[in-house]
Design a protein around this ligand. Structure first.
Ligand code: ARG
Length: 296
């Protein structure tokens, strides 16, 4: 059954009423062999064509993989494909879902032509996994996977954003295919073109967001479903991509180095901060969260 809501008044669930969903324990990472900036499809890439320091990027990627392992995740790597400089951002091509028994994955449809071929590469990998691969119909133009669709920690509720990369219609189909409610969020600032650039779930009760990236009613919806909403300042959100942090276990927050203001808030709230340098990837508009795909 399709179940979508985009404002507090339409919301027909409380978090406690939602079915439980285990936290994902695995991550897929795509090697940065072919990572580069060869085109501009988001404002962060502007002026950065050809500026990637490949050696540094490789080191940063390896340290990130070590960070995920240290945070208790099982890391699997897939070789990047030549001609796809953004494939390293492997949160974007698919959306996995697990109900405690079986896995389903919905393949994406990339907004930018330059990235469309990445989906088949990631689908090839999914075909080797024990997971049912699903596709959206032709009526859905774009869907950028976990870049725009993020699971509520521990519950069967999907937060789905539209505005820049994913078409809003995608979520009606996704809600039906996975039989999950979807809380729709509207993005309003092009610097925060994916949900994962401005919305980082921490645990069932807490989320970290950049409020300037959302419409008023989306902010109200977030406030109504999370008890604690940590708000990022503009510098740490836009320049350091603090909103692209990830907290896979409800405890460890892996985040771009230097987000001092929010790190203090996170520590005060009982989280363990793990700082990582993703500066070469920030040039492309990505950081910790989108450089991996969480799955079960
Ligand atoms: N250059 C990539 C793009 O614009 C970066 C993607 C980063 N992914 C993310 N989910 N924020 O598509």
């Amino acid at each position: 059954m399709r179940n979508l809501f985009s404002e507090q008044s339409e919301q027909n669930v409380t978090i406690n009423q939602l079915k439980e969903m285990p936290l994902p324990g695995k991550v897929l990472m795509v090697t940065p062999d072919h990572f580069d900036i060869l085109y501009e499809i988001n404002p962060h890439m502007a002026g950065n064509i050809g500026t990637v320091d490949k050696e540094r990027a490789q080191k940063q990627w390896e340290q990130l993989a070590e960070g995920f392992t240290a945070a208790g995740l099982e890391v699997t790597t897939l070789q990047g494909t030549e001609g796809f400089p953004d494939m390293v951002f492997c949160a974007n091509q698919s959306l996995p879902c697990y109900d405690g028994e079986s896995c389903k994955v919905i393949m994406g449809k990339m907004h930018a032509e330059q990235r469309r071929g990445e989906v088949a590469q990631i689908e090839g990998w999914w075909n080797s996994q024990d997971c049912e691969v699903l596709h959206l119909s032709d009526a859905v133009v774009t869907f950028e996977g976990m870049g725009d669709a993020i699971w509520h920690p521990g519950r069967r509720l999907l937060w789905g954003a539209y505005g820049y990369r994913t078409s809003r219609e995608a979520y009606a189909e996704i809600s039906g295919l996975l039989d999950v409610p979807v809380a729709l969020l509207e993005l309003t600032d092009p610097r925060f073109y994916h949900l994962d650039t401005c919305f980082c779930t921490l645990n069932e009760k807490s989320v970290m967001i950049y409020p300037g990236a959302f419409s008023e009613r989306s902010l109200e919806l977030i406030d109504s479903l999370f008890e604690q909403v940590i708000r990022l300042n503009e510098h740490e959100a836009a320049d350091l991509f603090a909103g692209n942090a990830t907290c896979p276990d409800g405890k460890h927050v892996l985040i771009q180095q230097g987000c001092d203001v929010v790190n203090e808030q996170l520590r005060d709230a009982g989280f363990e901060v793990m700082e990582l340098d993703t500066s070469e990837f920030l040039k492309s508009g990505g950081s910790v969260f989108c450089m991996k795909l969480l799955y079960w």
